[in-house]
Ligand binder design. Sequence first.
Ligand SMILES: *Cc1c(COP(=O)(O)O)cnc(C)c1O
Length: 441
Amino acid sequence: MNDEHALAAVTGARSSELYARACRVIPGGVNSPVRAFRAVGGTPVFIERGAGQHLYDVDGRRYLDVVNSWGALILGHAHPAVVEAMSQACRKGTTFGAPCPGEVELAERITAAYPGLEQVRFVSSGTEAVMSAIRVARAASGRDLIVKFAGCYHGHADHLLVAAGSGLATFGRPSSAGVPAAFVAATRVLPLDDEEALQALFAAEGDRIAAVIIEPTPANHGLLLQRRAFLEALAQTTARHGALLIFDEVISGFRLARGGVAELTGITPDMATFGKVIGGGMPVGAFGGSRRVMAHLAPDGDTYQAGTLSGNPVAMAAGLTTLNLLTAGALWQRLETLGVALEKKLAPILAQAPFPVSLVRAGSLFWLSLHAGDAPRRAATLEPKALQRFAALFHAMLARGVYLPPSAYEVCFLSASFGEQDLAYFADALEESLLVASKGS
Ligand SMILES: *Cc1c(COP(=O)(O)O)cnc(C)c1O
């Protein structure tokens, strides 16, 4: 955005002041880069509180929230039952450094829900879940190489911060400073939806590959809906070569269905990782697989993995209550119904939009794609013009009280606290904002 004055007028005085203070003591003023609004210009709004489907900033403005803490909140903000369960847990002590009942209950709930999962271990973030799953997969297979797909995000562990090599090369290069080339030397990067590239890699190095990790519904580079046949080919190829298939369901797990994408596709991975929804808004991740695979972990096995706050009682209470409410209320069905309703409301608006924009959706996950043409299945770079339009669209929506993710590549999340009136509010704001964004470009 060039129009800094217009943006300054949008961000409230208290947010601006907090941001200035934050920038002095926190790098970039934020604790996770996307929050800084760099992709859309302007400066972040600071949030005072959340309630249901709404966020309230420190300047007293209300936003309809379709970020929902990047998918961690599936019931909306401060759900009374979740807050009550956490309060009760808090009063009994916030961490013990010893096992507690909540861990057992949540582990039972997750293993019962997810196909093929016999054991899980809890950690404190999705990054840790993936990091640990990869270590176990390497231990279980006795191999070092791991394969990931361009456009999939698996957290910020060194060996996964890899950009695809140029041309046909599958050798990755670090996608972040501070990651030694040696750390990503054992990582291969493939394009999504490309069975030929997959077969070629396995033909060349199949007996050295420990695991293939994929977001089965990739949602970190827009929403790149995969063909079931591709996931099936992955499962068959990994099985044939003795490599493990890891579904990273940190976003999709318990959001798209009780049993995640594994349930929806009928394809059972060897291991799966979770985060976001299972913590009910608290810092929780989990990774799991069969008893045979998980037996490699200490104390039974020789693969070390640990965490001071892993299985934290307050976080377990938040996660358990969330999963209980999802099941009791058949909320996955309700979220799908909401998604369908949103699609219907937006269809005529998007059809008449002044520039290419389409809705890509899976359940309560949706992406406003500014690509011209069909929804991509592979990571595709948006044109500079589309990025500019998104920035303008983002600010127009913010000014109309809708909090979109501050990046054209990020997906949006509905929560069960949304109602029909919220979808209408979103649709009206979008219709106006598309016009505003087209004028600026
Ligand atoms: C968010 C995310 C992660 C990382 O989780 P953090 O809790 O942010 O560390 C890993 N994988 C996927 C698919 C994610 O969306």
